[in-house]
Design a protein around this ligand. Structure first.
Ligand SMILES: Cc1ncc(COP(=O)(O)O)c(C=O)c1O
Length: 361
């Protein structure tokens, strides 16, 4: 497919991009999809189309830098909220606590590829107050709750195809929406704010947020493997669940049956007192097991650039879960033997840690 693009000379915003958009929309059961250069640009374009300039956008403090940065770049004011310890996502309670009369948009992040079972309650709060719900679905390709796919819960959603994600296009992002007008605006924004692809007036403050045909070709192929990738990842996660049930020192995040996670991340909470950095070091050096990156090791209000968005004790749950959780390795070709080796290694390292804790107390 890449060869075909090179041969026919259509290198950006061409037939492969349209095919990728259509296939992605179909897989996620949404009317429209617009391919862009990254998950970050997908978020910024959504915020620009919603007109967040000078208005508050509520986001969980436990998210990636880009969720907040996109709000700032679109001229909005990020307002942080704490998360639930059961889902690592916004809950109705943490959302209510963060809402002010200035709130225009709420962003729900499907953290680790898991859609919170409180999604409908969160949507109802937004609807009651006339606030727009946006999904940061950067982690959630193919995930669903109650038979409904990520990307169908909010007014619009932003997906990322960064290489670490469950599916990738190398670099790239996708906006999904049921709103035809938002779709049309997004098409203008992604290509320098031009009213039409071939020339035309610049009518919006857009940017070079296009997806190339070569990236779209990679994305299309990867999308066709998404379902098998999710099956493998869920098999590994089920094996981890079973093994961790009899392990002390670490509890997996419990995911209700109605929520079909894609297991971008397999999250488990360490008991208080177990030092994560030490545990990771020992797992790596003694057993050759590298845990994957956390979601997230530090909440946004602990990042120097966003420190002004929360004082020391503003978000106690996020502080706690960000400091204590680990993400076990999961990849889309993982074998049962590899998963078993991870849990045996974790069990061995944790056994040492829990004995040390017991001796201290
Ligand atoms: C929660 C979240 N939002 C947004 C993004 C931004 O996506 P990208 O890296 O494609 O710009 C990421 C990417 O890692 C993410 O994890």
């Amino acid at each position: 497919m890449i060869d075909q693009s090179l041969q026919d000379g259509s290198l950006t915003l061409g037939p492969r991009t349209r095919e990728f958009e259509e296939a992605f929309a179909l897989r996620h059961d949404v009317p429209h999809a617009v391919a862009v250069s990254s998950g970050t640009s997908a978020l910024e374009i959504i915020f620009r189309t919603l007109g967040v300039k000078g208005r508050e956008v509520v986001i969980p403090t436990n998210t990636f830098f880009a969720t907040a940065a996109a709000v700032v770049h679109a001229g909005g004011i990020p307002r942080l909220a704490d998360v639930s310890p059961d889902t690592l996502a916004l809950s109705p309670e943490t959302l209510e606590a963060a809402l002010t009369p200035e709130a225009a948009v709420v962003v729900l992040v499907h953290i680790g590829g898991f859609i919170t079972p409180e999604i409908d309650a969160i949507r109802s709060i937004c609807d009651r107050r006339g606030i727009v719900l946006v999904e940061d679905a950067a982690h959630a390709h193919g995930a669903s709750f109650d038979g409904r796919a990520a990307g169908t819960f909010g007014h619009a959603a932003a997906f990322s195809f960064y290489p670490t994600k469950v599916m990738t296009s190398g670099e790239g992002g996708m906006i999904t929406t049921g709103d035809e007008q938002l779709r049309d605006e997004a098409i203008v924004y992604r290509d320098q704010g031009k009213a039409g692809f071939l020339g035309g007036d610049h009518v919006r403050m857009g940017y070079a947020w296009r997806m190339s045909e070569l990236h779209a070709a990679v994305g299309l192929i990867h999308l066709s493997h998404l379902d098998e990738a999710i099956v493998t990842r869920r098999r590994v996660a089920a094996r981890y669940d079973q093994a961790l049930a009899s392990l002390s020192g670490c509890q997996p995040l419990s995911i209700p049956a109605a929520s079909i996670s894609n297991f971008y991340k397999y999250v488990a909470l360490l008991d208080p007192g177990i030092d994560r950095a030490d545990l990771k070091r020992e797992l790596s050096e003694r057993m050759g097991v590298s845990l994957s990156g956390e979601v997230y090791a530090s909440p946004l209000h602990r990042q120097p650039i966003f420190a002004a968005l929360g004082d020391g004790d503003s978000f106690p749950v996020a502080d706690d879960v960000c400091a204590r959780h680990i993400c076990l390795p999961v990849h889309s070709d993982m074998s049962d033997g590899e998963a078993d080796y991870v849990v045996e290694s974790l069990a061995s390292v944790l056994a040492g840690r829990t004995m040390e804790e017991a001796a201290k107390s």
